[in-house]
Write a new protein. Structure first.
Length: 134
């Protein structure tokens, strides 16, 4: 039980630091870009995916990082920094393992269904706001 609590704390600390890093870097980039295009988010997605790819490959094939440190950096930090990195890693692993159909379905399903979900969220929020206004 204590080991599980310790692992949760590793994830929580990594997640908090990753979230703050995402907020800080995104704000820094976006405030300087002065554009409606989400350059900050794009940079977060790219750097998070690169970092997670490195950490997973190096961490799983090397012996330098303990499982706790890997958890703190991958699930914790990278998960707080961007979940897009997890999507990218999982897709890359499927494609690397020759699971091209699964990878393609994952890409199409994730992007399409997530966008549909976003529009459903928009519609639900509009309906709730309309109901609140009377």
């Amino acid at each position: 039980m204590m080991d599980r609590v310790r692992l949760v704390l590793y994830v929580a600390v990594g997640g908090a630091v990753g979230t703050l890093a995402r907020y800080g870097l995104s704000f820094f980039v976006q405030s300087r870009a002065g554009s409606a295009f989400p350059f900050g988010t794009l940079l977060i997605n790219i750097t998070g995916s690169t970092l997670l790819g490195f950490l997973m490959r190096y961490g799983l094939e090397g012996t330098i990082a303990t499982p706790e440190v890997r958890l703190l950096l991958t699930t914790g930090f990278c998960g707080g920094y961007t979940t897009f990195s997890t999507f990218s890693y999982e897709t890359a692993r499927m494609l690397e393992d020759g699971e091209r159909l699964s990878g393609a379905l994952y890409i199409i399903g994730s992007v399409t269904i997530s966008l549909v979900g976003t529009f459903v969220g928009f519609a639900l929020a509009r309906a709730l706001l309309a109901a609140q206004r009377g």
